[in-house]
Design a protein around this ligand. Sequence first.
Ligand code: HEM
Length: 427
Amino acid sequence: MTDPAATPELFTWEFATDPYPAYAWLREHAPVHRTTLPSGVEAWLVTRYADAREALADPRLSKNPVHHAESPGARGKTGIPGERSADLMTHLLNIDPPDHTRLRRLVSKAFTPRRVAGFGERVQQLTDRFVDGFAARGEADLIHEFAFPLPIYAICDLLGVPAEDQDDFRDWAGMMIRHGGGPRGGVARSVKRMRAYLVELIHRKRAEPAAAGGADGGAPDDLISGLIRASDHGEHLTENEAAAMAFILLFAGFETTVNLIGNGMHTLLTHPGPRAELQASLAAGETALLETAVEELLRHDGPVELATWRYATTALTVGGQPIAAGDPVLVVLAAADRDPARFSAPDSVNLARADNPHLGYGHGIHYCLGAPLARLEARTALATLLTRLPDLRLAADPGDLRWRGGLIMRGLRTLPVAFTPEAGQRN
Ligand code: HEM
C-alpha cells in the first residue's frame, strides 16, 4: 500500500510547470495509480515504460467511450468539445477493430509517407515565411508567431483547404488552443462550423475533382481528394467518415506539433551543450543528429503527456494492479519515456541517443498516423530557426514561463526569444 499522505499532488500549477518529479515518484511507489482527475472522473495512471507499452497494445483496453462504467452511452473523451453533437465520433481515436482496422487502412492509402515526403519543400516555404515575419525584429514569441501557425497552415495545405479559407482554420485552432479544448460554447460552435465546412469541401471535391485545387489553386492531389478516392476491396469512405477523418487529422496534428516545436525549442534553449552540438552539425550540412535530436526532444519533453483514454472492457491487471471492467486507464507517455528501467540517464538530453524506442507517438494499432509529417515539420522548424537565427536565446527567466495545464497535452503558453536581427531578410 502506498502512503496517501506521501503521494505528490497532481494537476496543480507546479505540476503543470514540471510534472516529472511527481511522475518519478509514481513510477517508483505507485506505478498504476488511481486518481481523481480535475473533471471529477476517477482513472488509473500507468507510469512505468514496460506497463505503458503493454497497456497501449492490450486489446482489452478499448478506445470506445461506451465502455466507460461512469458514462454508459457514447461520450467523447478525446477532448474535442462538441464532438458528440457534431457527429465526429467515428474517428480513429474513438474506435476499436474491426472498424478501426478498416478506417485506418483506408486513410493510410491516402496519407502515405510518400505524400508527406513530397510535401517537404512546401513545409520549408511555410517555415521561412513565418521566420521572415519576425527575423528583422530581434525578438519574437516562438509559440504565437511560429510554432502555432506553422502546423495549421501545413495541414490545411496538405488536406487541400483553399488558401482563402485557411485563415478561418487558424482562428478556429487559436480558439481551441486558448481554451484548452474545454466544453466552451464558442469552441463547440467553431467545431460545428469546421465540420460543416469540411463536409461541404468534400462534397465539392467529390463533385468536381479536377477543379478542387489546393493552396496553389491547382493540384487536385491533396489529401482530401486522396481520402475520397481511397478504396479497399471496393469500399470507400462515406462523406461523413471522410469529414471525421479530415477533422481528426487537423485536430491530432495541430496542437501536438505546436508543442513538439515549442517544447523542443525550449529544451534546446535551456540546454546549451546539446544545442551547440546540433548547431555545429547543421552548420556542417549533416542531418543525422537532427533526426535523432527530434526523437530525443520528443522523449525528453514530448507534447502528449497522457495517451488518449482507454477503458477496461473486462476485469484485468496492469502491472500487477487489478482493474475493474469499465475503469478508465490513462497511459502516461511522459512518465514512461523517463523510466530509468528503460532509458539510461533519462532526465538528461542526449541528442544522439541511439537506443530510443520512446512512446511519444504511442504504440500498437493507434500508433500516430501523422508521425512522418510531425517529424518533417519539427526537423524543418528546428533546423531553420537554429540556422537563420544562430544566437537565438530565451528572453525570459525559465521559471517565469507558463505552461498550459491541459490533461493530455503539455505545452508552453509563450516562448519569448531574442536574437541578432537577420540582415537582408528574405521574402
Ligand atoms: C495518434 C502523438 C502529430 C495524426 C497519436 C497517438 C499519439 C500521437 C501519442 C496515439 C494516441 C493513443 O494511443 O491514445 C503525436 C505527436 C505528434 C503528432 C507527439 C507531433 C509531434 C500528428 C500529426 C497528425 C497526427 C501531424 C496528422 C496530421 C494522428 C492520428 C492518430 C494519432 C490520426 C490516431 C491513429 C489511430 O488511432 O489509429 N498521435 N501525434 N498526429 N495521431 Fe499523432
